[in-house]
Design a protein around this ligand. Structure first.
Ligand SMILES: [Zn+2]
Length: 315
């Protein structure tokens, strides 16, 4: 049987693509993703949950597949550090697969409680966890300033551990679906003010950039210069024009040195590339502003040694 020449041609192209993948990643400038999730594959309503933008089901059917596919996207885009929050046993699996790249996050939402304080202290002190977050208080009908979080915030302040708080949005119909106590009002970044007053040394970042609370986000960040924000999820889920206008407003308000990239990859590994594209396509940003968002601001916030060096995936 004769194989048409075009097939050989295609095979050559495919091999070349595979062969070039590591160099392509190395050519890309480094990125820090401040907001990824180490979730089990079924966390977002079961394996095969459609991507809310593309409508395509998650390609990762098992926890292991989801982790591997996400780490592969990190390699593809040269993401050198990623804050990954989720149930602790999943976070630790990701951390042991990629200890240099993954920064473990202590996650809180309607199904995942925070660990007890002493355990949390041990994990922070041992470096197994590096961030208190994502604190998704809104999903359980709580303000981030609720007394429930007080001892955890005090611990983060004492140990100088960064804290990431969910703000702003949730999926359509959230109170009718997963989370009957979810309220729009608990996503308002202004609620962080009491936290910041009580804990002046807290290194806090507003997740999802506070969208759609533009004025409140500007107000908090203007008065509290220690507060940073990530652009997770809004950089790929909301309409692109709306995202760009919002980002442009934050930049115009003089906050360009405190805005950080985040993907909020949950169970769709392709979300990482979609989120990066959301920043890359912002024509009003200079190359320097993009580098600040993709890397410099997060490196400063996390107090990383510069430059960051890590071993390749799987090593
Ligand atoms: Zn969130």
């Amino acid at each position: 049987m004769k194989i048409p020449r075009i097939i050989f041609g295609l095979m050559g192209t495919v091999c070349l693509l595979f062969a070039r993948a590591p160099e392509a990643a190395a050519e890309r400038l480094p990125i820090i993703d401040m907001h990824v999730h180490a979730f089990p594959a079924g966390y977002m309503g079961g394996a095969g949950m459609p991507n809310p933008v593309t409508g395509r089901p998650s390609a990762a059917a098992s926890d292991e597949e989801l982790m591997r596919a996400t780490l592969k996207e990190m390699l593809r885009y040269n993401i050198v550090k990623a804050v990954a929050g989720g149930p602790l046993e999943v976070v630790f699996r990701w951390k042991s697969a990629e200890p240099g790249r993954i920064i473990g996050g202590a996650h809180f939402d309607e199904v995942t409680p925070l660990p007890d304080l002493e355990r949390l202290r041990r994990h922070f002190t041992a470096g197994q966890l590096g961030v208190l977050g994502e604190i998704a208080a809104q999903y359980v009908g709580l303000s981030p300033a609720d007394p429930l979080f007080e001892p955890f915030l005090a611990l983060a302040e004492e140990l100088d551990v960064p804290v990431g708080v969910h703000t702003g949005l949730g999926p359509e119909g959230t109170p009718y679906a997963c989370c009957p106590k979810f309220r729009v009002t608990y996503g308002n970044p202004v609620l962080l003010e009491e936290v910041l007053v009580r804990h002046p040394k807290l290194r806090l970042y507003i997740m999802h950039g506070g969208w759609p609370y533009l004025e409140e986000t500007k107000a908090i960040m203007a008065v509290y210069p220690q507060v940073y924000a990530d652009l997770a999820v809004i950089d790929w889920i909301i309409p692109r024009e709306e995202f760009h206008e919002y980002l442009r407003e934050l930049i115009r308000a003089g906050l360009g040195k405190r805005i950080m990239f985040g993907s909020d990859q949950m169970v769709w590994p392709e979300a990482i590339g979609m989120a990066i594209e959301g920043i890359e396509s912002a024509a009003f940003l200079s190359q320097e502003q993009k580098r600040d968002i993709f890397y410099n601001n997060a490196a400063r916030f996390l107090r990383l040694p510069v430059p960051v060096s890590i071993s390749p995936i799987g090593k």
